[in-house]
Design a binder for this molecule. Structure first.
Ligand SMILES: Cc1ncc(COP(=O)(O)O)c(C=O)c1O
Length: 337
């Protein structure tokens, strides 16, 4: 029996995972395996040259007992864009969808019960597997989907965190792979993440790599600020288009909050009433402090250690839709029968 309240964000074994192989110019049938291991050539380009892409989405147990997968089609589309960006074979949307839905179904008992705040995290990934040593796109691919139950991101409540701007690290290059969900971007951020963590910060807030003038994103999450009843989020070619951010923008508009997606200069941070990081993991991580470790500037929000009213409202709306408590008027959930 799982201890649903102490899950954290780790890897737990489940019943099975999906695999689909691309070989001789075509995708094969989706197979299910009970093994947690994959067997690939040691000469696979995924291992040497980072020719791989991944996704992250969640399934929830609703108030009505139904299973809902949040914005599955958007994740399928984003993986296609990632594949195009580093010359991976694209996974057809039908294969992506069937593999995700079927893997969730076959692991139904690992979905945390309604009320625990947990979810079933779904990790699709695509790797170039042909045995080759040269730097060129793989001829063969493996697409895999596994799931793992994850706990509530805020077990003790929706509390703000502190983030750091560190100009001496770049996450991605201005015309590089920042818009793609590919492993290399994450490896490139590990040193900056550790540097921030050692100094007590939960995340790095990256500025644009070219001028160090504009806000890009927050480690594995997009950034947003709120002022004058307006939700403002950076437009940049080097950030991952967050599906959570897209959802929050639509919800904000629906709630009568103005939405602006445009370049955000660091100096504007001083003018926000609320700030947050958004992504699948936490939906929203409210931000209380942004410290620029290079110029010593500090930007403060939520000084009472509580999330601001607009962040709280958006968080409640989004999590309510995911758990079947609020009408899914944008048709974001795939209900697993
Ligand atoms: C770099 C980066 N930015 C933003 C996000 C948030 O995206 P999403 O809302 O689709 O999870 C993620 C995580 O998924 C990420 O890795």
């Amino acid at each position: 029996m799982m201890d649903w309240t102490n899950l954290g964000f780790g890897f737990h074994e489940t019943n099975c995972n999906a695999r689909c192989y691309y070989k001789d110019g075509k995708w094969g049938k989706i197979e299910f395996s009970t093994s947690n291991e994959i067997c690939i050539s040691m000469a696979a380009p995924a291992l040497h040259y980072g020719q791989q892409a991944f996704e992250g989405l969640k399934a929830f147990r609703g108030q009505d007992g139904k299973i809902r997968i949040f914005r599955l089609e958007e994740n399928a589309k984003r993986m296609i864009r990632s594949a195009e960006g580093i010359m991976l074979q694209k996974v057809p949307t039908e294969i992506f969808t069937e593999a995700v839905v079927e893997t969730v179904k076959r692991n139904e008992e690992f979905i945390p019960p309604y009320g625990t705040g947990g979810a079933l995290y779904i990790r699709p990934f695509l790797i170039g597997t042909s045995p080759q040593v040269g730097v060129k796109p793989s001829q063969e691919y493996l697409f895999t989907v596994f799931v793992t139950p994850v706990g509530a991101y805020f077990p003790s409540g929706f509390k703000p965190t502190q983030v750091a701007i560190i100009n001496s690290f770049d996450r991605v290059a201005p015309q590089g792979t920042g818009q793609l969900k590919v492993g290399g971007n994450y490896a490139a951020g590990l040193v900056a993440g550790a540097f921030a963590a050692e100094r007590g910060y939960a995340m790095v807030l990256y500025l644009d790599s070219k001028e160090k003038k504009y806000v890009d994103e927050c480690g594995p999450a997009n950034f947003f600020g709120v002022k004058n009843n307006t939700y403002i989020t950076p437009k940049s070619d080097s950030i991952l288009p967050s599906i959570t951010n897209d959802s929050l923008m639509k919800l904000a508009e629906d709630l009568g909050i103005k939405v602006e997606r445009r370049p955000v200069e660091e100096t504007e941070l001083a003018t926000f009433e609320e700030a947050g990081a958004c992504g699948t993991a936490a939906v929203i991580s409210p931000i209380s402090v942004i410290d620029n470790l290079d110029n010593g500037k500090r930007y403060e929000y939520s000084t009472d250690n509580e999330a601001g009213p607009i962040s709280t409202k958006l968080y409640q709306q989004l999590t309510g839709i995911q758990r079947g408590e609020i009408e899914d008027k944008f048709d974001w959930n795939t209900i697993v029968e």
